[in-house]
Write a protein that binds this ligand. Structure first.
Ligand code: FAD
Length: 637
C-alpha cells in the first residue's frame, strides 16, 4: 500500500482554486453514464447525494434508518462554524484555518484544513438559500456565538437544533432529486460489505432491515458517509445506531484506517448515573458561552452549590486558561474536569461531576435572554435530571462524543481503494487529534456540497473505468461471505446477550483507552479484547431469524465489528507514544499536566492496512509537513 495525499502544488491559499481549474470535467451528457452509491444520509451523505444527483449522476443512497431524516446528524445542537466575520471581530479564512490546525494539536493536513476554512463561507450561503432558519440579530443579519478554541464568534446556529435544521435543508434537496428520479433512496438498508473488482470499489452488498433480504448493488464509485464509531465505548453521546461496520468492512477490503485512536471526549455531558444507562446526553458546548464551570475548592465538600460562597469556589478553567476561560477546547476542558474530580473535588453522586453555573449570566442578562438562547437544552436537562438549571447549576462530566479517526483519504477524499470515497465523520477528517466545536457540521457539508462533487468528477474524468454489473463473480463471492457471517451469528445460540458483550467491551475500552491511556493499560486491553471476542463468537445469543426484521441480528453484526475494531484502536494508541489532542498518554505530559507532543517522531497520520484474519495490521505513515504554520506547544493561557 502506498499513501499519496495528492496535495496540489502551489501556495496554500491557491491550491483548491488551482485544483478546480486543472481537474478533469465530465460533460453533462456523460455524467448520466456514471452510477454512484452513497451510503449514509446524514449531513455528509444527504448533501453529497443531492449534489451529485443535481449534477446529473445516477445516485443510489442507502441508510439503515427508516428515513434519511433520522440520521445522527439530527442530534447536533450547538452550531456550525464559518469564517464570515459578520461580527467584525477579527475573523478570517486564515484564522479559522489556524484555529483548526492548532485545535487539532498539529496533527491535521494543512492543505485540507485551509480548503475547509475557504469553503465554510459557501456553506452558510447554500443553507440560507435552502431556507435553514439560522438565528438572526435584531437587524436581520445572521447571529453568531462562540465555541471552544476560538476567540471570535463564528458559530452559526438555529437555537439548540442546528443539526436538525441543516438536515432538513439537505433532506429537502435530496427529496427533490428523489422526486426527479435522479436519486433512488434505500431506507432501512444496511451496507454489510464492499465489493472490489480489479482493485476498484465497484459496489456494495446490503441487507434490508425490514425483510432480511440480501441484495447486490454495482456502481462506478462508492461514497461512504456512515458517521463515527464513538459507540465502541458503549456509552457515548452518539445515537444508539452509530457504528463502525461500513468503514471497518471497507478496511478489511483494502482501505487504510486513519488515526483510529483519536477520540473526542466532550466536557459538557450529563454525568453517568448508574449501570442501567445505554446512552449519555450532551449539553451543548454553546452553554459555555454563558455558563461558568466550577467545583468547590475543598475536597469532599458535600454542601449544596448555593451554600458554597464565591471565595470557596474554584472556577478552574478561568483560573488555568485566562484567555479562553470557559471556552477552552474540549480535550483540555475534559482533562481539567477529570483532574479536579480525581483530586476528590467532583460534585454529585460518585463525585464525577462539575458545575456549569448560569447564575451570573442570568443576573447580567435576565432569565428571558438565557431562555431565548438555550431553553430547549435547559428543558432537556430538567427532563433527565429533575433539576432546573435556572435555579441550580447544571452538573456535567466528560463523555465520548466524536471520532476524529476514520478511513484515510487523500485530498480528493478518496481512500486507498480507488473509487471508494469517504466523507463526513467517517473519514479521518480535517480535525487532527482534536476537533473544535461546531466544525463537524462544517466538514460534513463542505465534503458533501462542495468538495466531493468536484473530486468525484475528476476521478471519473481521469481514470479508465470498466462497467461492472452485480452479476460479476466477485459480487457473488462477497454475497456468500455476508450470508455466511449472518448465519454464523444466528447459529451460536449462546447464553449472553449482545448488549452484555457490548457493555463489557465499552467499559474495557473506556477504562484502558478513554480520556487517559498508558502503556500498561493498553497492553492489558490488547490481551483482554481478543479473549472477549473469542467468547462472543462462542456464547452470544442472537434471537430470531435472518429473513425478518431482527434488531438482535443487526446489533450483533455491529458489535462483532466493534470487537475487532477496538483492538485496532488500542494498538494505534499504544503505537503513538506521545500525547496530542484527545489522545492523552499519561507518560507524556508537561509539568502542568498538558499534552506533550513528540513532533520529531510522531508528526504523521497513522494509516493501518489490514493483512488478513489473525495477522497484525501494518502501520503506514503519512508525514505531516507544515509550510504555512509553525508547530508550537498549544497554549490557551
Ligand atoms: C449530541 C451531539 C451533538 C453534536 N453537536 C454538534 C454541533 O453542534 N456542531 C457540530 O459541528 N457537530 C456536532 N456534533 C457532531 C456531528 O453531529 C456529527 O459529527 C455529524 O453530524 C456526522 O455527520 P455524518 O453525515 O458524517 O454522519 P451521521 O449523521 O452519523 O450519518 C450517518 C449515516 O450513515 C448511515 N449508515 C451508517 N452505517 C451504515 C451502513 N452500514 N449501511 C447503511 N447506512 C449506514 C446512517 O443511517 C446515517 O444515515 C454533535 C454530535 C453529537 C453526538
Amino acid at each position: 500500500m502506498k499513501l499519496d495525499s495528492k496535495i496540489p502544488s502551489g501556495p496554500l491559499q491557491q491550491k483548491w482554486e488551482r485544483y478546480r481549474l486543472e481537474m478533469k470535467l465530465v460533460n453533462p451528457a456523460n455524467k448520466r453514464k456514471f452510477d454512484v452509491i452513497v451510503v449514509g444520509s446524514g449531513l455528509a451523505g444527504a448533501s453529497a447525494a443531492a449534489s451529485l444527483a443535481e449534477l446529473g449522476y445516477n445516485v443510489k443512497c442507502f441508510c439503515f434508518h427508516d428515513s434519511p431524516r433520522r440520521a445522527h446528524s439530527i442530534a447536533a445542537q450547538g452550531g456550525i462554524n464559518a469564517a464570515k466575520n459578520y461580527q467584525n471581530d477579527g475573523d478570517s479564512v486564515y484564522r479559522l484555518f489556524y484555529d483548526t490546525i492548532k485545535g487539532g494539536d498539529f496533527r491535521a493536513r494543512e492543505a485540507n484544513v485551509y480548503r475547509l476554512a475557504q469553503v465554510s463561507v459557501n456553506i452558510i450561503d447554500q443553507c440560507v438559500a435552502q431556507g435553514v432558519p439560522f438565528a438572526r440579530e435584531y437587524g436581520g443579519l445572521l447571529a453568531n456565538r462562540s465555541f471552544g478554541g476560538a476567540q471570535v464568534s463564528r458559530t452559526f446556529y438555529a437555537r439548540g437544533q442546528t443539526g436538525q435544521q441543516l438536515l432538513i435543508g439537505a433532506y429537502q434537496a435530496l427529496e427533490r432529486q428523489i422526486g426527479l428520479g435522479r436519486c433512488q433512496m434505500f431506507p432501512m438498508t444496511e451496507m454489510l460489505d464492499l465489493v472490489v473488482v480489479d482493485g476498484q470499489a465497484k459496489g456494495i452488498v446490503s441487507r434490508s432491515l425490514a425483510t432480511g433480504a440480501v441484495s447486490l448493488h454495482a456502481a462506478d464509485a462508492v461514497v461512504l458517509a456512515t458517521g463515527g464509531y464513538g459507540n465502541v465505548f458503549y456509552l457515548s453521546t452518539n445515537a444508539k445506531g452509530c457504528n463502525v461496520t461500513a468503514t471497518f468492512r471497507a478496511y478489511k477490503r483494502g482501505a487504510a484506517f486513519g488515526n483510529p485512536c483519536y477520540t473526542q471526549i466532550h466536557p459538557t455531558c450529563i454525568p453517568v448515573s448508574g449501570d442501567h444507562q445505554s446512552k449519555l446526553t450532551l449539553m451543548s458546548e454553546s452553554l459555555r458561552n454563558d455558563g461558568r464551570v466550577w467545583v468547590p475548592k475543598k475536597k469532599g465538600d458535600q454542601r449544596r452549590p448555593h451554600e458554597i460562597s464565591e471565595g470557596e469556589r474554584d472556577y478552574y478553567l478561568e483560573r488555568k486558561y485566562p484567555s479562553y476561560g470557559n471556552l477552552a477546547p474540549r480535550d483540555i476542558s475534559s482533562r481539567a474536569a477529570k483532574e479536579v474530580c480525581d483530586e476528590g473535588r467532583g460534585v454529585g453522586p460518585g463525585g464525577l461531576g462539575v458545575y456549569l453555573d448560569f447564575a451570573d449570566a442570568i443576573k447580567r442578562l435576565g432569565e428571558k435572554a438565557i431562555q431565548e438562547r438555550y431553553s430547549n437544552l435547559f428543558e432537556m436537562y430538567e427532563r433527565i435530571t429533575g433539576e432546573s438549571a435556572y435555579e441550580t447549576p447544571m452538573r456535567i462530566y466528560p463523555a465520548v462524543h466524536y471520532t476524529m479517526g476514520g478511513l484515510w483519504v487523500d485530498y480528493n477524499l478518496m481512500s486507498t481503494l480507488p473509487g471508494l470515497f469517504v466523507i463526513g465523520e467517517a473519514n479521518f477528517s480535517d480535525h487532527g487529534a482534536n476537533r473544535l466545536g461546531a466544525s463537524a457540521l462544517m466538514q460534513g457539508l463542505a465534503d458533501g456540497y462542495f468538495i466531493l462533487p468536484s473530486t468525484i468528477g475528476n476521478y471519473f474524468g481521469s481514470t479508465k473505468q470498466s462497467k461492472v454489473s452485480a452479476n460479476h463473480a466477485e459480487f457473488r463471492k462477497v454475497e456468500e461471505d455476508v450470508k455466511a457471517r449472518l448465519q454464523k451469528l444466528l447459529s451460536i445460540r449462546g447464553k449472553r446477550t449482545v448488549t452484555s458483550f457490548h457493555r463489557e467491551l465499552g467499559k474495557l475500552v473506556w477504562d484502558k483507552c478513554g480520556m487517559a491511556r498508558n502503556e500498561k493499560g493498553l497492553q492489558e486491553a490488547l490481551r483482554q479484547i481478543p479473549a472477549l471476542r473469542e467468547e462472543f463468537w462462542q456464547n452470544v445469543n442472537v434471537l430470531g431469524e435472518g429473513g425478518e426484521l431482527n434488531q438482535s441480528l443487526e446489533q450483533a453484526g455491529r458489535v462483532a465489528d466493534f470487537m475487532e475494531f477496538a483492538e485496532l484502536l488500542c494498538l494505534d494508541a499504544l503505537t503513538r507514544a506521545e500525547s496530542c489532542g484527545g489522545h492523552f498518554r499519561e507518560e507524556f505530559q508537561t509539568e502542568d499536566g498538558e499534552a506533550l507532543r513528540n513532533d520529531e517522531q510522531f508528526s504523521f497520520v497513522s494509516a493501518w492496512e489490514y493483512r488478513g484474519a489473525g495477522k497484525p495490521p501494518v502501520l503506514h505513515k503519512e508525514p505531516l509537513t507544515y509550510e504555512e504554520v509553525k508547530m508550537a506547544q498549544r497554549s490557551y493561557k
